[in-house]
Design a protein. Sequence first.
Length: 364
Amino acid sequence: MQLCLRIMFTQYRTLSPHLKKVSRLAIGSLTVGPLQADLCPERAGEILAYAFDRGVNFLDTAQYYRNYPHIRAGLQKAKHGDDVVISSKAYVWDRPGTLAAVDEARRALDRDYIDIFMLHEQESIHTLRGHREALDTLFDLRERGVIRAVGISTHHVAAVEGALTLADEGTPLDVIHPLYNMAGIGIDTLVFQQGIDARNGMADALARLHDRGCGVFGMKSLGGGHLFRQAKEAFRFVLEKPFVDAVAVGMQSEAEVDANLALFSGLDVPESAAAAIGREKRLHIEEYCEGCGACVRRCPAGALTLADGRAESDDNPYDHTEAFAAASGITEQAAQKHAVCDPEKCVLCGYCTGVCPVFALKVY
């Protein structure tokens, strides 16, 4: 049931002086595309436009999400689609790849410029330096007006520390998009223990970076769904932090939009809307998993491993074990396994679903 609560969102923050003010509730668009709900562009566009028309003017996407057509449909359906601030990102390391990624976003979204463009999945100052050519290209594109702000996305405390190092070196980022939640779920650190220690380590680094003028918009405030039963508390925890300007939240229906509008506005969530955000999701691994290991290598949370015993080469019509083993550099013995997910570590990012050659992994 569509609720039509008619809540108009009114909380906005300055994320960067290069940008218009953004709504503190941002749309994390990963969930509507091929890596998760796999909605068609038309249906996804209806949901996105529903949020845009209620005051949400900020959306995050990525080249990897493969959902630019979905976003374009939403922008076209919305009353003021041109006013939406778009953040995209790509895992690129050189100038040609960066130019191509930005150009792809502009063309696919029918935009003269992209508001924010980020390097995707940065881990530390070492990855930032390894991607320096891409970063310098983004700075150049900002000067030319092709993008408005430069940033990175990360699950790693060390990457936030790396951003501080860049600022010390005279090349500060405009924006950072970190994983941050009240339980510390999914935060990757080599210094702090997982959980509260990791959360506090991330908070300390983000506070220092924010003080240096870098805008912060978080992700995974519900810990990939682990905290959905504590949604009100989890969102309040993040939004009360002075260094958090906005938070990207995945929404797959109008009811979820209404529920999050209420939560971010400090209102009670109607029971019918609460049911929409109370659906527990998890990563499902189908029986025809071939154990190629691509998902294990792609998982940023270390939640996937290979276990012995299920893939049977002779009986599996999808089996290409030998080819996958050769292409991926793993042994054929390793390829005769199947993927297993640790639900305590999984943050439901869906990245694994995009690399599975037989589409055996799904988030629902």
